[in-house]
Design a protein around this ligand. Structure first.
Ligand code: SF4
Length: 346
């Protein structure tokens, strides 16, 4: 067993097999439905194994056997893998952090927030709250950045890491290839994880050094991705525990927290009308987004993207003129499935 199993792809462990603590916890979690039960930091031996864990939602998939496991080695000597929460300061990752603080999920060693520099004020205010919660819980929170996505896009001296803007030209409609998530979210996150893992930039490593805890919910599981490096293992506790986005909001309410904001760039072209209307509710953010949208069709970006015309809104009209009735009002779906690859908005 050399990779992390998921609900859709797993291997039943055999008696005596040495598995990673993460895999062990997966099986324990799946078998008992009670979340991580043992330290996820240390190699663990399966003491009793067998049976079958059917895929599918827990309620409709009764467990047919339970595994017991024993941790191996001197735990004090083992430094890696570190458990790192990718904190987007949105609904899902905030809920993960709070579940961890409440002891409902295994602890993490660090939390990392990748700042694109263009989040709404509500997110930065929420981040201040999370900083305090991390501090009280003894979780180091690192805020990392690879620049300001908005300013860099408009700066002729900077490479344009393309955003998924909506294009129109004589040949039809298209969406520009997205590079912004990799550049402004993933790159600084990986750089910080490298540092925490004791690796130099570019250094290769096959040892599992970091487990990245990612806040993708059960209803967005198609956004899960394999990690980019062999020293990273991704873990998705909300998917593992069948927790959907609305469950996260309810969990916060039940625990006395106000609903967390949705985290994404003010001018993210993936916004649906509900999100654009939330941007419009903040006059400064709305003016900012309209200004950026206008600059997509003039100056540096206009030249770069010519002969296409680019728009932030999927209607491919200037943002100030877009019809912001909800998709439901108009009987359309939304662009949620096209959101960032497990990093933005969580
Ligand atoms: S939120 Fe949107 S604009 Fe911002 S990095 Fe993600 S995809 Fe790009």
């Amino acid at each position: 067993m050399n990779r992390h199993p998921t609900r859709l792809d797993y291997t039943v462990p055999q008696r005596g097999m040495l598995v990673s603590a993460q895999e062990c916890c997966f099986f324990l979690s799946a078998a008992s439905g009670s979340g991580g039960l043992v330290s996820r930091r240390y190699p663990t031996r399966v003491e009793r194994a067998g049976g079958y864990l059917p895929p599918g939602p827990r309620r409709s998939s009764p467990v047919q056997d339970v595994y017991t496991c024993r941790m191996e080695g001197n735990m004090e000597d083992q430094k890696y893998p570190l458990r790192v929460l990718s904190l987007g300061a949105g609904v899902q990752s905030t809920t993960l952090l709070r579940m961890i603080i409440h002891g409902e999920l295994p602890p993490v060693d660090h939390a990392i927030f990748s700042d694109t520099g263009w989040e709404p004020q509500a997110v930065y205010q929420h981040l201040e709250v999370l900083k305090k919660e991390c501090e009280d819980a003894g979780i180091p929170l690192h805020i990392v950045s690879n620049g300001n996505i908005r300013d860099d896009a408009l700066n002729p001296d900077k490479r344009f890491a393309s955003m998924p803007v909506h294009l129109r030209n004589g040949k039809g409609d298209a969406i520009l290839r997205r590079q912004c998530t990799a550049e402004y979210k993933i790159k600084p996150l990986i750089a910080k994880q490298r540092e925490l893992a004791g690796l130099k930039p570019g250094q290769r490593c096959k040892e599992h050094r970091i487990t990245t805890i990612i806040g993708i919910s059960w209803d967005e599981m198609q956004r899960m991705k394999p990690p980019a490096f062999s020293w990273i293992v991704n873990e998705y506790p909300l998917v593992d525990n069948y927790i959907k986005r609305h469950d996260c909001i309810r969990w916060n309410e039940e625990h006395g927290y106000p609903p967390p904001p949705r985290s994404s760039c003010i001018g993210c072209p993936y916004h649906n009308n509900h999100e654009w209307r939330a941007v419009r509710d903040d006059p400064d953010a709305w003016a900012d987004a309209i200004d950026f949208d206008n600059q997509l069709r003039s100056g540096r970006l206009g030249d770069l993207l010519a002969p296409s015309e680019a728009f932030l809104h999927s209607q491919r009209v200037p943002l100030a003129e877009a019809d912001l009735r909800t998709e439901e009002d108009k009987g359309q779906g939304n662009l949620f499935d096209m959101e960032c690859e497990g990093m933005c908005g969580i």
